[in-house]
Write a protein that binds this ligand. Sequence first.
Ligand SMILES: [Zn+2]
Length: 232
Amino acid sequence: MSQAGLPTTRDAARELVVLFARRLLAEHLVSYTAGNISTRIADEPDLVAVTPASTAYDTLTAEDVVMVRLDGTVVEGSRRPTSELPLHTLVYLDRPDIGGIVHTHSRAAMAVAAMGIDVPPILHGLVSACGGGITTAPYARGGTAEVATYTAEALRHRSACLLRNHGVLAVGPTLEHAYNAASTVEGVCDAYLRALAFGPVPEIPADDVERIRREQWAPAWASAGDGRTHGG
Ligand SMILES: [Zn+2]
């Protein structure tokens, strides 16, 4: 695999992880050491660059980023990878088309994940960034086969899902696509919780959801290499 838009060297992958880790912090999508992100590296399909365990994002450096094989073996780096590494590796093993993963414990999304409800296609940005309304995968203990099964189902034809009682799992052909999805999910969950105070929240008509998927989400996934963002 030499997927468009993926970093071409291990050093570039480390820098990319640091860049998006800083953005997570700046956008308040994570607190302290919570959450984690990873990217594949072009031409090294069995390798991912991932954030280390227990490291505050404001002090994270490229040297802290760990290179890990999809079987969990650390290839480079003096730090331990995130304890949530299987959340990443199981998705990458299942989906060769996925090049980047962002996992957050962002606040509004956690409230929705705690309730175990789905987020219907209530806002344009959710459909263009994630491919439609998103579901909450059932609770399962970290690193188990159940997590892999549940998340694989929840991520089918979508760029994100919620993890019951936990947080957000966003994916994409690139780390940038996954980041955009994670950021959008938090904003939409926040809006959804506010809107629910007024009663049932109207959904975008199915025809329009399909059109937005076809015209915006699908091309964004397919053309990940050209640096475009989507959803606004
Ligand atoms: Zn987590």
